[in-house]
Design a binder for this molecule. Structure first.
Ligand SMILES: CC(C)(COP(=O)(O)OP(=O)(O)OC[C@H]1O[C@@H](n2cnc3c(N)ncnc32)[C@H](O)[C@@H]1OP(=O)(O)O)[C@@H](O)C(=O)NCCC(=O)NCCS
Length: 208
């Protein structure tokens, strides 16, 4: 690979994206064992897959090689910043440069960290990456309607519900909708403006 290509790749695909409590880092081959374990977990399969059976080993290995390790893929391992513990993964797929859009995916494979804010922060970092570094206009996702934790987390990060595919999935003996969510660049920028304005207003009121 030429030096110029490596410099350009580092700009749009940095090795690390560091947040307040999580670090997103490019995967290395050493992550395969954890990723395989996560995808064998029936609860992870229930929340993320159309089929209830966990992903077969060969499929996990193929996914790992092509979607996570492949240099051109936009894929990151999620680590707890303080301890460097590997807790999950997040990816973009279906990058559509003509229309400036991409699809977002996230799985925290370590169940004991669910509900502690890590997923929302990793999602926010990926939105910032999409809008600020990649210059995209839209990030979309789909989520099963029974996955309340994920929906809440996506809303906190800035996604809005846009629609639903009714009865798209059978789980736990009944049909559920698949919810489509999206985040747009102008809304994302507006959120920052709003946050800055309210921070400024709070600062002024404490100065008085
Ligand atoms: C979805 C996921 C990324 C969210 O990350 P997380 O770190 O667990 O979520 P956070 O702690 O940042 O936020 C979760 C929010 O949902 C709320 N929540 C948790 N469980 C909930 C439930 N059963 N019902 C409703 N809200 C719930 C939390 O209270 C929190 O909201 P709050 O801050 O307003 O209190 C993570 O849980 C995960 O990967 N789960 C397994 C795989 C999965 O579902 N992936 C998504 C597939 S689309």
């Amino acid at each position: 690979m030429g030096a110029q290509v490596m410099v350009e790749r580092e700009q749009w695909q940095p090795h690390e994206i560091v947040g307040r409590r999580v670090t997103l880092r490019r995967h290395g081959p050493e992550n395969l064992a954890a990723v395989s374990r996560w995808y064998r977990d029936p609860e992870v399969a229930r929340l993320t897959r159309y089929q209830t059976r966990p992903m077969p080993r060969e499929e996990v290995e193929r996914f790992f090689q092509t979607r996570l390790l492949e240099p051109d893929s936009v894929a990151y391992a999620i680590h707890v910043r303080l301890t460097d513990r590997l807790i999950g993964l997040t990816t973009f797929s279906a990058l559509d440069a003509d229309n400036g859009s991409v699809l977002f995916h996230i799985t925290l494979g370590e169940r004991d960290v669910w509900g502690q804010g890590y997923g929302t922060e990793a999602t926010s970092l990926m939105l910032a990456h999409a809008f600020e570094r990649l210059g995209l206009h839209r990030v979309g996702l789909s989520v099963f309607s029974f996955n309340d934790r994920a929906i809440r987390s996506y809303e906190k990060a800035g996604f809005r519900i846009e629609g639903r595919l009714r009865d798209a999935i059978v789980r736990d003996g009944r049909y559920w909708d698949e919810i489509q969510m999206g985040a747009l660049r102008p809304e994302w920028l507006q959120r920052f403006d709003d946050e800055l304005t309210s921070r400024d207003a709070a600062a002024v009121s404490t100065e008085r």
